[in-house]
Design a protein around this ligand. Structure first.
Ligand SMILES: Cc1cc2nc3c(=O)[nH]c(=O)nc-3n(C[C@H](O)[C@H](O)[C@H](O)COP(=O)(O)OP(=O)(O)OC[C@H]3O[C@@H](n4cnc5c(N)ncnc54)[C@H](O)[C@@H]3O)c2cc1C
Length: 500
C-alpha cells in the first residue's frame, strides 16, 4: 500500500490540507483515530483571512449563514474590524464540527481517501519514503508515503515519533467554562474582579460562563470538571450562586503554550495544533492552523509533482513558525493583561491609551483579522510577503479580490497596463480575463491582464496560491527572477513583455 502524501489527523487542519493537495491532483490518504466526526463546538470563530481563503476555495456555504461580528477585543479592549481591507472584514461564527464537515465533504470530492478508526502508531524513514504503521479494524497495517504530515493535534504522535523538539511552558493558570440553562445572572464582558476574572454571555436562554479564580493552581485532569466545581468557582469570583442550575456541558483549559522547534524533518512535517498550541483567547488557534495548511498545500504539491524550486518546501517552516510564534506572544500578552492581578493595572492603563490611537487600533485589528503576516524580507516595496489584501486600499480597488485565486491552486501573475496604454477611459475590469499557462518546468500559472494605470511603480503583481504577494514591481528581469524563485522558471518566451 502506498500514497503520495499521508496526513495523520482529520481535524480541520488535516482536512484543509487534504483539500489543497487533492485540488492539485496529489494522491492523499488521511488517517483518523476517531470512528466518527467530532461533534463539539470548540473553535467557533473564523477570522477575515480564513474567510478570504474559504471564499476563494468555494466554501461560501460555510460563510453565508454564519453570524458576522465586526467588533472583537484584544485583552478585553474593544477592537473594530470593519476597516480591514476585505469584503470579509469581521469574525464569522461557525461551530468547529460544521467546518470539519464541509471540509471533509470537499476532501472526498477532491479524491482524498479518509480512513477512520485508524491510529498512527509508528514511522520509519527509508530514503525517499516514510513507512507508516497504523492500527485499525484489520489489525496493524503499514503504508508507504512520500511525505507524512502530522495534523494530529497538540498531543501529536507524529511530533513525538519523528523526534521533533518543542519549547513549551507549563500551565500556571486555569479557566473553567460551562453552558448554563436559565442561569439567572447578568451578562458581563471580561470583568476583572478581586477574586479573579469572569465572563457571561447569554443566547437563547443559555449562558456561557467562563471564569478564572485568582491564585488557583491548575490541576491535571483526566476528564472535564463537574458542574459543581464550575459553580463553586463562579461563586468565589462573582459571589453569585448558580449551583442549582443545569449545565449542558463544562470544560476547562489553561495557559500552557508551546511550539515545535521546526516544522519539517526530512519527509515529515507538522501543521496546526501539532506544531503550535496556546490558550484559546481571541480564537487564533484554528485560523493559524488553516493558514499553515494553505501555506503548505501548494508547496508540498509542487514537491510531489516535481516542479518545486530548490528550498520552496523549507519556506513553509520559516514562514509559518515565525507566524505562530508571533501569535503565541500576542496570546501570552493578552492572558497576562486579562488574568493578572493589580500589578498589570498600570500596563492596562498605558495600553488602553495606545489602542485608542487609530494607527494602533488598525495594526491590532490586522492581527485579529489574521492579515498581518509578512513572510521573509524580500524587496523594499513594502508589499512582497504580505497578504494580497494590503494591495487593495486605494491602490487597485476591485481587482485584487480573492476571486482571482478561485479557479485552481496556481500562482497568478497580474499584469497592469503600461501607463501610456491605460490613459483615457480604460475601465477597471472587475472580473479580469485569465489565461492559464505552463512555465517551462511545468509549473501552472494564470496570467490576468488588467487595464488600469499602475500605482507606486507597480506594473506586475505575482500572487502565490495562498494569497500572499510573492513579488510586486516592474521590469521583465525582476519578474523573471521572482518567477524562478517561487515557481521554478521564468515566463515562456511568447508571454514575455505582454501586458494589457
Ligand atoms: C476540548 C477543546 C476545546 C477547544 N475550545 C476552543 C475554543 O473555544 N476556541 C478556540 O479557538 N479553540 C479551541 N480549541 C482549539 C481548537 O479546537 C484547535 O486549535 C483546532 O482543533 C486545531 O485543529 P487541528 O486540526 O490542528 O487539530 P485537532 O482538531 O486536534 O485534530 C487532530 C485530529 O487528529 C486525530 N489524531 C490524533 N492522534 C492521532 C493518531 N495517532 N492517528 C490518527 N489520528 C490522530 C484526532 O482524533 C483529531 O481528530 C479547543 C480544543 C479542544 C480539544
Amino acid at each position: 500500500m502506498s500514497t503520495q502524501v499521508l496526513i495523520a489527523g482529520a481535524g480541520p487542519v488535516g482536512l484543509m490540507l487534504a483539500c489543497e493537495l487533492g485540488r492539485s491532483g496529489v494522491q492523499v490518504t488521511v488517517l483518523e483515530r476517531l470512528a466518527a466526526p467530532m461533534r463539539e463546538s470548540r473553535a467557533s470563530l473564523l477570522n477575515t483571512c480564513t474567510a478570504e481563503l474559504l471564499h476563494a476555495r468555494g466554501f461560501d456555504s460555510l460563510l453565508d449563514p454564519a453570524q458576522r461580528e465586526v467588533k472583537t477585543h484584544f485583552a478585553g479592549f474593544p477592537i473594530d474590524l470593519s476597516a480591514a481591507p476585505s469584503d470579509y472584514a469581521g469574525h464569522f461564527k461557525v461551530p468547529q464540527y460544521v467546518t470539519e464537515q464541509v471540509l471533509g465533504d470537499e476532501a472526498q470530492r477532491a479524491g482524498v481517501t479518509l480512513l477512520r478508526s485508524r491510529e498512527l502508531t509508528g514511522i520509519r524513514e527509508t530514503g525517499d519514503r516514510v513507512a507508516c504503521a497504523f492500527d485499525g479494524p484489520a489489525g496493524r497495517v503499514v503504508l508507504e508515503t512520500e511525505y507524512l504530515v502530522g495534523c494530529d493535534g497538540a498531543g501529536s504522535t507524529v511530533r513525538r515519533l519523528a523526534g521533533f523538539g518543542a519549547s513549551q511552558r507549563t500551565a500556571t493558570r486555569e479557566l473553567l467554562r460551562a453552558d448554563v440553562v436559565d442561569a439567572g445572572i447578568r451578562d458581563r464582558r471580561f470583568e476583572r474582579l478581586e477574586g479573579g476574572f469572569a465572563v457571561a454571555n447569554t443566547r437563547r436562554g443559555v449562558t456561557r460562563v467562563m471564569m478564572h479564580v485568582r491564585g488557583h493552581e491548575p490541576v491535571r485532569r483526566q476528564s472535564p470538571p463537574a458542574f459543581s466545581e464550575v459553580a463553586s468557582s463562579w461563586k468565589k469570583v462573582t459571589g453569585e450562586d448558580i449551583s442549582r442550575r443545569e449545565a449542558l456541558w463544562a470544560d476547562s483549559f489553561d495557559n500552557s503554550y508551546g511550539q515545535a522547534d521546526c516544522y519539517r524533518r526530512g519527509r515529515v512535517l507538522l501543521a496546526g495544533d501539532a506544531a503550535h498550541w496556546h490558550m484559546p483567547i481571541g480564537g487564533q488557534a484554528l485560523n493559524v492552523g488553516l493558514s499553515d495548511a494553505v501555506n503548505l498545500g501548494w508547496k508540498l504539491a509542487a514537491a510531489v509533482t516535481g516542479w518545486a524550486p530548490k528550498g520552496l518546501l523549507d519556506t513553509y517552516d520559516s514562514e509559518r513558525r515565525a507566524a505562530a510564534a508571533r501569535v503565541i506572544r500576542h496570546v501570552a500578552a493578552q492572558e497576562t493583561l486579562m488574568l493578572g492581578g493589580a500589578e498589570v493595572e498600570p500596563l492596562r492603563h498605558v495600553l488602553s491609551g495606545l489602542i485608542a490611537i487609530e494607527g494602533a487600533q488598525h495594526l491590532i485589528g490586522l492581527f485579529c483579522a489574521g492579515l498581518d503576516d509578512r513572510y521573509g524580507t524580500q524587496g523594499d516595496d513594502g508589499l512582497a510577503g504580505r497578504h494580497m489584501a494590503h494591495l487593495r486600499p486605494g491602490r487597485v480597488p476591485g481587482v485584487l479580490s480573492p476571486d482571482l485565486l478561485t479557479a485552481a491552486p496556481t500562482g497568478v501573475l497580474v499584469r497592469f497596463a503600461d501607463p501610456g496604454q491605460a490613459a483615457g477611459d480604460n475601465p477597471v475590469r472587475r472580473t479580469p480575463a485569465a489565461q492559464s499557462v505552463s512555465l517551462p518546468n511545468g509549473a501552472p500559472l494564470r496570467i490576468v491582464r488588467v487595464a488600469q494605470p499602475p500605482g507606486d511603480g507597480v506594473t506586475d503583481v505575482l500572487l502565490r496560491p495562498d494569497a500572499h504577494i510573492a513579488w510586486a514591481g516592474c521590469g521583465e528581469r525582476r519578474l523573471s527572477d521572482a518567477l524562478s524563485q517561487w515557481f521554478g522558471a521564468p515566463l515562456p518566451d511568447n508571454h514575455r513583455g505582454s501586458r494589457a
